[in-house]
Design a protein around this ligand. Structure first.
Ligand SMILES: [Zn+2]
Length: 300
């Protein structure tokens, strides 16, 4: 099944916020959160989490990566739940120590708030991004106890970004991928999301494909269950191969002109999409990175 609604998926798993910018609450003992969307949505995450937690607070917030739309509300969540530790990979922690990176996260959250207000998904008085510190670094293959019979397994899944991590609850076969495994459009098309490295991205997909998944929670849009969840990773791998081919063919046709290649692929992949969709400038910025990642593989 493909779920676009937010709220309870199972008694253990809740999707907070709008489906395009979800934060996931695992009601384990203690409860934990995965991802922190954008600052503009923080009041909604906090309101919904508090309503479910009856005075308890999450012990940890695990970030799949520190892109602006996955860590935007981290500081605001920490203010609401002061005991909560903010957790991410070492590479994510390193990024957050770079003032330029943090400034960009803040600017994109500010710009994103305007977009969300237009869509009716954020209040007029939406809070701004605030800087935060990482309290706990998570390693590849680390297993975190969530309850006596429940655990969270962390996997380094680079390729979308260097710091990307996926999180898996083996006892319930729930997988959280951020953008490490691409993002599905409403028509089922899977956008391949390698921004830093094509080979790493495909290797991460192969690693995730080895897991048995009954509930898949990508970083935007949908939650997939049952057969849709089980079938997703092979489809994401297939999409990755096809998208690389499209980039290579278009580069060859345009004599390796990145600008023309971008425009050609945008016509195929982005223009036919119905609103609401990712803003065009953001799509083109990411597409540029994806094309250059494929060029690096071709010239190796
Ligand atoms: Zn991302």
């Amino acid at each position: 099944m493909i779920l676009q609604t937010t709220g309870s998926v199972t008694p253990l798993l809740h999707v907070l916020g709008p489906s395009d910018l979800p934060a996931f609450l695992i009601q384990s003992d203690p409860p934990v959160l995965i991802d922190a969307g954008m600052s503009a949505v923080a009041p909604q995450y906090i309101r919904e989490a508090k309503a479910l937690l009856n005075g308890r607070g999450p012990a940890d917030l695990f970030l799949t990566h520190v892109h602006y739309d996955h860590c935007g509300a981290a500081a605001l969540l920490k203010k609401a739940f002061p005991e909560m530790r903010i957790c991410c990979s070492e590479a994510g922690k390193d990024l957050l120590m770079r003032p330029n990176a943090v400034a960009t996260i803040g600017e994109l959250n500010h710009a994103g708030a305007g977009y969300l207000q237009q869509m009716g998904q954020a209040d007029k008085e939406a809070p701004e991004f605030e800087v935060f510190e990482v309290d706990r670094v998570i390693e590849d293959d680390q297993s975190i106890a969530l309850a006596p019979d429940l655990s969270l397994q962390a996997f380094a899944t680079p390729g979308h970004t260097r710091d990307s991590m996926s999180f898996y609850v083996p006892e319930q076969k729930i997988l959280f991928t951020g953008e490490a495994a691409g993002i599905m459009a409403p028509d089922g098309y899977i956008f391949s999301e390698w921004l830093t490295d094509y080979t790493d991205y495909m290797n991460s997909l192969e690693k995730l494909a080895d897991l048995e998944v009954e509930i898949l929670c990508p970083g935007h849009g949908f939650v997939l269950t049952g057969k849709d969840a089980a079938d997703y990773m092979p489809r994401a791998i297939e999409s990755g191969h096809r998208f690389r081919e499209l980039i290579e063919t278009t580069l060859a046709q345009t004599d390796w002109d990145v600008e023309q290649t971008k425009q050609h692929i945008k016509q195929i992949e982005y223009d036919p999409l119905a609103d609401p969709k990712q803003p065009e400038f953001a799509y083109l910025l990411n597409l540029d990175a994806k094309i250059r990642a494929v060029m690096r593989v071709c010239t190796q």
